[in-house]
Design a protein around this ligand. Structure first.
Ligand code: S3P
Length: 465
């Protein structure tokens, strides 16, 4: 394990420098609510290796959906390894405000006593924080309730497009007001009509939102997508008792669903694991094992692309739970060749694109990403921000309207990185920093708490210098 100094990073708060250990790192909603927005910097020094065995907190996408459906279910659901990220804490807080009773058990599990379909009107606006998933998917549920509600978000979420969910929900009969297509959203719920919907942009959040609304509608609601996006919404609906069918890229939910509580282990978040898989792939002597991680084929494309570039992921064990695949995987070192990512592959790697671009300079031929306009409307404009941060580290990179091209076989130097308050940018450049010459400072590093508060602590554990 990590040789040399105890910590790989330091926090700079004002002029004060803190050496951070895992024990000092605050996690979850507490960090998000009390400290998110205060400027903090983390220094990352170059590494020589990534070694060890890691398990990740529960997948963010699945945790959101389980949290929402458990609140609608009859009975008490119990989730082990629920996401520790602030985004899922936002979902839980909203579901609590709508009537669910949520407790964290001494063993870390979360119990949600559902409302058996009887959410109550919230006494104030529902704060979705930084979480697009919370706002978009919860809108689908609220569209079918017999009360009015308001959904708000932070500055970044208030810039993100909401018409993509508002349009289909309005077609189902909901009344939703936006501020020029953005949050806050005011939702006046009502009895909904079923809908046959073709998503104009591939989006699992939109698909889940429409299907969640459809579960309450009269008749069968279908969503057709040109490119298959993550399918946790439909899998979770089924697990909680809804009737769901899939034909190719068309998925249908029967209206009038009744949900029953479930007990589940939330699989480790593969989008968090992706940072570590990419980090391991950078060093010839790495040896990383990842336990109980999500291996749903609509999410595991990162393993395929690392393999296609010469990386060597190994599957050590795989099992299924409530329709989701979970397994233990290993990653052996390899010199990565490079790749052009476009079309359906872009959609299935949407959250992994920043880290793939950030390691692009260390591949032999580079990485090109196209058909990725959606990256411009994530927590930050991820195309522009990845390009500017790569340039700050000395990389040659070309920016396109729908993507970027990073030249291969480049040497980067340590630099000041601006996270733009985007968790995946902070983590992607912490990984790039491991192979740079000299130290890198990640400014605004506290935003990792949005999806993975323990990120720097885990990076410390598996990094050798
Ligand atoms: C998510 C879908 C994706 C992804 C986000 C989580 C989900 O967003 O980027 O992090 O849980 O459905 P889009 O649906 O906007 O592509």
């Amino acid at each position: 394990m990590a040789a040399g100094p105890l910590c790989i990073y330091e926090l700079l708060i004002g002029n004060e420098k803190y050496i951070v250990t895992g024990r000092q790192l605050r996690t979850g909603a507490a960090l998000a609510s009390e400290e998110h927005g205060s400027l903090k910097s983390v220094r990352v020094r170059p590494a020589s290796n990534v070694l060890g065995s890691v398990a990740f907190p529960g997948d963010k996408s699945i945790s959101h959906r389980y949290g929402m459906l458990a609140a609608l279910a009859a009975g008490t659901s119990r989730f082990r390894n629920f996401s520790t990220g602030a985004d899922c804490a936002s979902t839980l807080a909203c579901m609590e405000a709508l009537g669910a009773k949520i407790t964290r058990q001494t063993d870390g599990a979360i119990e949600i006593e559902g409302t058996a379909g009887h959410l109550h009107a919230p006494s104030q606006a529902l704060d979705c924080g930084n979480s697009g998933s919370t706002m978009r998917m919860l809108s689908g549920i609220l569209a079918a309730q017999s009360f009015e509600s308001e959904l708000t978000g932070d500055a970044s979420l208030s810039r993100r497009p909401m018409r993509r969910v508002v349009d289909p929900l309005q077609q189902m009969g909901a009344q939703i007001e936006t501020t020029d297509g953005h949050a806050p959203l005011r939702v006046r719920g009502s009895a909904l009509r079923a809908l046959d919907y073709v998503t104009p942009v591939p989006s699992a959040q939109v698909k889940s939102s429409v299907l969640f609304a459809g579960a309450f509608a009269e008749g069968d609601t279908s969503v057709d997508e040109s490119v298959r996006t993550r399918d946790h919404g439909e899998i979770a609906l089924k697990a909680f008792g809804a009737h769901v069918e899939r034909r190719g890229n068309r998925v249908t939910v029967h209206g009038g669903a009744k949900f029953s509580a479930i007990e589940a282990l939330v699989p480790g978040d593969i989008s968090s694991a992706a940072f570590f898989l990419c980090a391991a792939a950078l060093f010839p002597k790495s040896n990383l094992v990842i336990d109980s991680v999500l291996l749903n084929p609509t999410r595991a494309a990162i393993l395929d692309v690392l393999a296609s570039m010469g990386g060597k992921p190994k599957f050590l064990q795989v099992q299924e739970q409530h329709g989701e695949l979970i397994g233990t995987i290993g990653m052996d070192p390899a010199g990565l060749t490079g790749l052009r990512i476009s079309g359906a592959l872009t959609a299935s790697l949407i959250d992994e694109l920043p880290v793939l671009a950030a390691i692009g300079p260390y591949t032999r031929y580079g990485i090109e990403i196209r058909d990725a306009k959606e990256l411009r409307v994530k927590e930050s404009d991820r195309i522009a921000v990845v390009c500017s941060n790569l340039r700050a580290m000395g990389a040659e990179v070309e920016e396109f309207d729908d993507g970027l091209r990073v030249k291969g076989s480049q040497r980067l130097h340590g630099a000041e990185i601006d996270s733009h308050d985007d968790h995946r940018i902070a983590m992607a450049f912490a990984v790039a920093a491991l192979r740079a010459e000299g130290e890198t400072t990640i400014n605004g590093a506290e935003c990792v708490a949005i999806s993975y508060p323990e990120f720097f602590e885990t990076l410390e554990k598996v990094t050798e210098r």
